[in-house]
Design a protein around this ligand. Sequence first.
Ligand code: ZN
Ligand code: ZN
Length: 368
Amino acid sequence: MNAVDGSSHVPQDGLASELEEELPSLLVLVLDTSPLGWGAQSAGISLREAVASLLIFINSHLALNHSNEVAVIAAHPTCVKFLYPVPGEDYSTVTQKSSAAAGAEESLEETNSNGQSNGHNAVPSDASMYRQFRVVNESVMKQLELLLLATSPADIEHNGKMSDTTLMSGALSVSLAYINRLIGGVNDDGPKVRARIMVVSVCSDLSSQYVPIMNCIFAAQKMKVPIDICKIGNNTGFLEQAADTTGGVYMHLEHPRGMIQYLLTAFLPDRVLRKHLVLPTQSSIDFRAACFCHNRIVDIGYVCNICLSIYCQPPADGSCAICDTIFDPRNLADLLKKPVVVTAAAPKKAKKKKKKDSEAISSLTPGP
Ligand SMILES: [Zn+2]
Ligand SMILES: [Zn+2]
């Protein structure tokens, strides 16, 4: 090809980037399916509307290149599940079956007297739809429906209260393992696919998963896999760090109803195209960490100098809970020292000074 277009003179770096540009792109979409998180967003956007926007986004990604691939993973409060591709499913036969079933579904829709589509028909089946679009759309809708139907109120309850936390660290681990399998390890020939992860998150608190999430971030950084974050609701510090460390895009949706516009403008270009674009950047990033003892986000913490574990207060037993290192009691005593209390004489001086000040003021005050 270089001989034809006369580009054989390009330097080695340019050639490498050109080869990278020709690689197919793999998008691993991690969808936060926390029922409580989406319930809190009901005024802005519902899960159904978000999924409809995401399916358009996925179809756009597949339309960019015939070889592009996609995987959709649900991060649920109880489990991590592949919405597409489903392990063990043969999609070549599914397409033939589904095209036969499409006619039946359409005739059922026509006989519906209300004229309203239910949740199952949120993405209408169309026999004329591009094969890959159809396979992905049907699989995501079907698996998501099964996942939500199998969720009970007890599943989202933690320690007696409802929680919107999902297994985000598990979903990121599964994404990285899937990418690693498709890339087939980085050998002499280089990777066979350009991979990236995109997270759509609604949950507000991930502090209990600080360590596993940070491990995933560093693994992604080493694999050169950017993590893009599409955040709905409150900002989450750890996800900001994920995008910053791996070179991904972090975007907090101010107007979630316009989600499709955010997706197509900020998240559709992959990492090769991004160097030619001006993409949104984070003005401020929350770099705070969570303590290993209570999983609380801390402003000032204590760090074990052997294993770098973070504590919100010096350990009471004088040893590290992670690596069992026994700390020097003198250092601990220094850390446990209380602030120096101002002596009794000092306020007197202050009082005197104050008096002087008042005298000065009074002397400046004009007499009668
Ligand atoms: Zn703590
Ligand atoms: Zn330690």
